[in-house]
Unconditional design. Structure first.
Length: 119
């Protein structure tokens, strides 16, 4: 079964931030290594790197008019910071992979959704 894994940043420090700089260098290297290791897991298809939430543009259409606003659709702490697709036997296997995502231990969360075909 395919699962879409949404990485919510939460309080996870991002590179080039004060919070990231405050992390010990060993932890910074561990985070990079852990994300690289995720991409080596059989069944993982990495998503494209996403820019920062504050650089997002949200689009809505109301009464036939296109409206845009700066920033993500949800609040900054809930913003999706990344995603990937996982081919796994079941939800338990997907949960094991989600627990390996650094954001899950650094103040964020991973949302797991079964892939669905609507058309």
């Amino acid at each position: 079964m395919q699962y879409v894994m949404l990485i919510y940043q939460g309080a996870t420090p991002l590179p080039d931030s004060e919070e990231w700089a405050a992390l010990p260098e060993e932890e910074q290297r561990r985070v990079y290594a852990d994300y690289a290791a995720l991409n080596q897991i059989p069944g993982v298809t990495p998503g494209l790197p996403m820019g920062l939430p504050e650089n997002a543009t949200t689009v809505r259409v109301e009464s036939g008019k296109t409206l845009t606003t700066d920033g993500p659709f949800v609040g900054m702490k809930e913003a999706v910071g990344g995603w990937f697709v996982l081919e796994a036997e079941d939800l338990d296997a997907a949960i094991e992979v989600a627990a390996r995502v650094p954001a899950a231990r650094l103040g964020g969360a991973i949302e797991i959704r079964p892939a669905q075909t609507y058309w």
